[in-house]
Design a protein. Structure first.
Length: 308
């Protein structure tokens, strides 16, 4: 890329795909405001002179940084779903865009995060932009970005439309950043959960030093976890039960019925754990004042279930 790049997309009404593609290009190519000029136009000469062109120009050619999808023979996904400009740009630059939002020591997460965003977000942009599915959700990203377009009778012409485009870009940029951070956080938690379970004295009891999303990691790695123990903000340690499947309110091993819903003193006596403070009436979660107490509750609950 030259020191100062010309980025070109079409003028007029904008859509989610070219807005999102611009966000991705800026991140992947490391472009700040001083490093490039954005032009929204349908002038063929300007389009031809662009260093990167998307959603206009009737050409897809990664070698020359052309990412249109309106022409005959435009690329489609393996299942036949047509790409939008966002999908084409993501296919080429998605991993780099994600990498730009990750610290150096976790760049290995970038391909997995990019693949998940492609399936959960970018594919949806492709489908909506190409009319494969209808936009019915007024709170969906495509609909919200469409709302940034100036109304038909708004004054200001192209200048207002260009300003509105950048406002939509700012929102899409925030959405992508938060999605990457959410997935980074989940993958980081997954790595901790797997390591903690492997180090546990009892593979059925997951011991964590802090609260984090852990159940999806247990499902993903088919771990035999029945309970997780971890501290919470009030100083207690939770004994959290593992459901048999995602979304279920059942438990692989419910906490003992004899403990459920008892006042603190009665619970301590019934469980034999002096600092036990709580077991939910539905038996999916309990708590003790200390790590040792929570661990003892989990161990006793397993023994009771085996004797039942």
């Amino acid at each position: 890329m030259p020191d100062h790049s010309l980025l070109v997309t079409h003028s007029g009404k904008f859509h989610c795909d070219e807005v999102f593609a611009y966000v991705v290009l800026r991140l992947a190519l490391g472009l700040g405001e001083a490093d490039h000029t954005l032009v929204r136009t349908r002038d063929a000469k300007i389009i031809a002179s662009g260093d990167v062109v998307w959603d206009v120009g009737s050409l897809y050619d990664e070698a020359t940084n052309r990412y249109d999808h309106h022409q005959r023979g435009a690329p489609v996904r393996d299942d036949g779903t047509p790409f939008s400009a966002a999908g084409l740009v993501w296919r080429r630059h998605g991993v780099a865009a994600v990498g730009a939002l990750l610290d150096a020591d976790i760049q290995a997460f970038a391909p997995k995060i990019a693949a998940e965003i492609d399936q959960s977000l970018v594919r949806r942009i492709d489908e909506l932009d190409n009319g494969v599915v209808a936009e019915k959700d007024t709170l969906g990203l495509a609909s919200l970005i469409g709302d940034f377009n100036p109304s038909w009778d708004a004054p200001g012409g192209d200048a207002q439309a260009d300003a509105a485009f950048l406002q939509a870009v700012a929102m899409a940029d925030g959405v992508l950043r938060r999605r990457v951070e959410s997935l980074r956080s989940r993958l980081a938690a997954e790595a901790i959960v797997v390591a903690a379970q492997a180090a546990s004295a009892d593979p059925r009891i997951l011991e964590l030093d802090r609260g984090m999303p852990w159940k999806n990691a247990v499902f993903a790695h088919d771990l035999p976890v029945a309970y997780a123990i971890y501290p919470v903000s009030n100083g207690n340690w939770m004994v959290d039960s593992m459901p048999p499947e995602a979304g279920s309110f059942e438990q692989r091993i419910p906490l003992p019925q004899a403990w459920a819903g008892l006042p603190e003193a009665d619970l301590a006596a019934a469980s034999g754990v002096d600092d036990a403070v709580f077991v939910h009436l539905r038996r999916f979660v309990g708590a003790a004042k200390t790590r040792a107490g929570a661990l003892t509750m989990a161990r006793k609950a397993i023994v009771i279930s085996e004797e039942a």
